[in-house]
Design a protein around this ligand. Structure first.
Ligand SMILES: [Zn+2]
Length: 102
């Protein structure tokens, strides 16, 4: 998978289309990921102690990799990942600005 935790991505489909968020978790087997603030689902949390109230927390739901695009951390544009050989290493580069991205 070309996207990793901590990357900023743009949502290109679904109800959060056009919004940006940071990748919280990548689920490579499912080709899905969790993005902060995107595709929020309400989850009821039971009280942990007696006397406490249960609460509703919002958790991001996994979205498909095909519904997002990577935003380059260097130039801030929506981009695709390319590769370049640097000595013995293959590094990821932004196809827009050609700069290395981690
Ligand atoms: Zn770039």
């Amino acid at each position: 998978m070309k996207i990793k935790k901590g990357d900023t991505v743009l949502i290109i489909s679904g109800k959060d289309r056009g919004r940006k968020g940071k990748v919280l978790e990548v689920l490579p087997k499912e080709n899905r990921l969790l993005v902060g603030g995107i595709n929020l689902r309400k989850k009821h949390e039971k009280p942990k102690k007696q006397g406490e109230k249960g609460q509703i927390v919002q958790m991001p739901g996994a979205i498909s990799v095909s519904n997002i695009k990577l935003i380059c951390p260097k130039c801030g544009k929506v981009t695709r990942v390319g590769y370049k050989i640097l000595g013995k290493n293959k590094v990821k580069i932004c196809k827009k600005c050609q700069q290395e991205i981690e």
